[in-house]
Design a protein around this ligand. Structure first.
Ligand code: T3D
Length: 257
């Protein structure tokens, strides 16, 4: 892999976008490498949580605008082959995906970040729906997730104006989970991902599925699905271990099964 780095340690698949000279902006090869790493995280049983971050001073500046304007490049192909699969993979992997936003997240970079399950940001990080500034529309699921996270009014303003939102402001809006000092962001994000990797992975995966479905289900459909998935969770090793450990007054040892 040339444009990302990928490692597996303590149950965590850590993916780092790695084109710091151009603020980790996306080319087709980088998008394909990210997709492969997400597939590996989905298929490898030793991976029980994913951590996504960026190298250098930025998280990701979205599409590499030099690559996007190269002769013969079709923007529809970029969206369909680069970004849509990334968002689908992040949402469909039945394992928690933590995003550590280490600096500016612009355009598709901002929307990939907010598609993740738990978003931590460095206090110096920022989020920019940069698309309108270059005459494009927000993609990478931004028009789906942002209004659901922060409300239609704020999402519309941010998407139309392209204003920069600081990490503390993003936290206040409900766009992200926590803001951490720049110096401790990565160690805290790794600690969180490692903690999630020790938890009942099947149950967390089913929880994620339910949350995905809640975006379009009505209450009756959601209640029915909760019943079905609770029955699935109740059949896991980790449920039996969790209850046993509680009754024996000891710490559970979950296997993710
Ligand atoms: O095909 C399609 O376009 C469809 C897909 C669309 C998805 C999208 O993501 S569209 C949105 C694309 N992204 C942007 O419009 C953001 C462009 N970047 C910026 O506005 C700024 O760079 C930032 C606000 C993110 C950061 O500003 P700043 O001042 O901290 O850094 P800088 O000086 O602008 O950038 C540093 C370097 O990175 C610079 O290169 P240089 O001068 O050192 O050689 C700059 O050109 C490069 N860079 C930053 N963003 C991109 C980029 N190079 C290529 N593409 C970028 N997106």
């Amino acid at each position: 892999m040339e444009s990302i780095s990928f490692s597996i340690k303590n149950g965590v698949g850590k993916i780092t976008l790695n084109r710091p000279d151009v603020l980790n902006s996306f080319t087709m090869p980088m998008a394909k490498e990210l997709q492969s790493a997400l597939d590996e995280c989905a298929n490898n049983k030793t991976v029980r949580a994913v951590l996504l971050t960026g190298a250098g001073r930025a998280f990701c500046a979205g599409q590499d605008l030099a690559a996007a304007t190269a002769p013969g490049v079709d923007i529809k192909v970029i969206v369909e082959q680069q970004y849509n699969p990334i968002i689908n993979k992040i949402r469909n992997i039945e394992k928690p995906v933590v995003c550590a936003v280490n600096g500016v997240a612009a355009g598709a970079g901002a929307n990939i970040a907010i598609a993740c399950d738990i978003v931590l940001a460095a206090s110096s990080a920022s989020f920019i729906q940069a698309f309108s500034k270059i005459g494009l529309i927000p993609d990478s699921g931004g028009t789906f997730f942002l209004p659901r996270l922060i409300g239609m009014q704020r999402a519309t303003a941010l998407m139309m104006l392209g204003d920069k939102v600081s990490a503390p402001q993003a936290l206040e809006f409900g766009m992200i989970y926590k803001v951490l000092p720049d110096e401790t962001l990565m160690s805290e994000a790794e600690k969180l991902a490692e903690h999630l990797a020790q938890m009942p992975t099947r149950g967390l995966g089913l929880t994620k599925k339910l949350l995905n479905e809640s975006m379009h289900n009505n209450l009756a459909q959601q209640l029915e699905m909760e019943g079905e998935m609770q029955a699935m969770a109740a059949k896991t090793y980790d449920n039996a271990e969790g209850v046993k450990a509680f009754l024996e007054k000891r710490k559970p040892v979950f296997k993710g099964e």
